[in-house]
Design a protein around this ligand. Sequence first.
Ligand code: NCD
Length: 311
Amino acid sequence: MISNTQGLKHNRKLISVNDVAIKEIIDIFGIADAGDFKVTSKKCFLNLFFENSTRTKLSFERAALNCGFDVLDFNVQSSSILKDETHINTIRTINSLGVDTLTIRAQKSGETSLLSSFVNRGTFVLNAGDGTNEHPSQGLLDLYTIIKQFDIDAKPMCLAGLKIGIMGDILHSRVARSNIFLLSKFGAEITLICPQSFLPLNFANYYNTNFGCKISHNLKSSLKNKLDVLMVLRIQKERVENKSIISFPISQFSVSDESQLNGAYVMHPGPINDGVEISNELAYKSRFSLISKQVEDGVKIRSAILKFLYS
Ligand code: NCD
């Protein structure tokens, strides 16, 4: 089992949801509830995204502004990366600019962690998603959305009894991984719903546990047996190396109408592919959809993380 480390403030890095202690998560959620994010000392923030993003990038930017930080704009397409500057040398340059908080989104699993070892000790590094590995701030915001929706007090094992299905491309999803680690730690009963080809085969071997996850290859029967929440994931084509694994009928792992949900709330980290894993109708018009709420909570939680780091 992955153990809790000494915590976020001690590590000065949020690479995995396991870098933040349970007590710290509860404190961060308290800050999000209170909604006062202003940090009195002047801080400088930069989003270093080597991969495309709408939600996460804008959400961190919005959060940094909420905290009163100066926000530097970095766009890979107009940067010296296109003149073959390496990612590590980009970090060396950022070190000399006096950045206090740096988010890094990387295409390769483990790259955020690697790059963080080149970052000045005084700078906090937040993983904004690295390959198929982790997306810790998404995990934290998803947990927050769930506890708010079910009016649960944030405390250890507070999700005991809650049934959460994670459906779709689990194999390539850093969101699934962070959620599996985090939601299981808080006691949720997790079912991974996907075709066999989208199941991370080495999961149990690698971590020496399957985090108590059940496996289902049948969405209909999982919903019939009742879920409180269904998290839907898109097929992350850009990360699928062997395209032949997408040969299953996608409609078997897709939701389009709230009548299919049997009372479950539906979540999705975005971006959604309308009519593939979920319909626009269900995502944006149904009272069972928490998708817009996730985006709102994302700003709150990221603001709270930044405030927490400097309080
Ligand atoms: C996800 C990501 O980038 O990992 N989106 C997000 O950050 N909100 C999920 C995805 O790309 O499918």
